[in-house]
Design a protein. Structure first.
Length: 141
């Protein structure tokens, strides 16, 4: 059995108490030196092997989601984007007003309402955005 050289040994895990700036800089410098020791030919060979493997992989076939999105034609006109943006804003604002009213009538702290209010606002905004987009599509026909 051959003895491993000092340079080939894996470094010991860092001491949990040595997380200061100097220790971090020392570990970063050691890592940088280790990367500098890797021959460029080896890196080039690894990159070539990865590119060859990527070329052999089959390309993504027909994706049902991509087909539906291309059939719907989301955002083809400025009017669609405009109506969708205003729909999102209106839905989000309406949800905030309803949630604030619920918070005031129950006298609950705002900390209990902030999470559901934001998530509900995103959901209401997305729904109203889809409705606004649909109205824009109908008006174009």
């Amino acid at each position: 059995m051959r003895a491993r050289s000092a340079a080939a040994r894996t470094p010991a895990p860092p001491d949990p108490l040595s997380f200061g700036h100097a220790a971090f800089a020392a570990r970063a410098n050691a890592y940088e030196r280790m990367l500098d020791d890797i021959p460029d030919e080896l890196v080039d060979e690894l990159v070539a092997a990865l590119e060859a493997e990527a070329a052999r992989m089959p390309s993504a076939g027909p994706n049902p989601v991509r087909e539906v999105l291309s059939e719907l034609g989301l955002g083809r006109s400025p009017r669609e984007r405009h109506w969708a943006a205003w729909g999102f804003a209106a839905g989000f604002a309406a949800n905030i007003v309803i949630a604030k009213y619920a918070q005031m009538t129950t006298a609950a702290p705002m900390s209990q309402f902030i999470g559901p209010m934001l998530l509900g606002g995103l959901l209401a905004g997305a729904t109203c955005s889809a409705i606004g987009w649909g109205f824009a599509r109908l008006r174009e026909r």
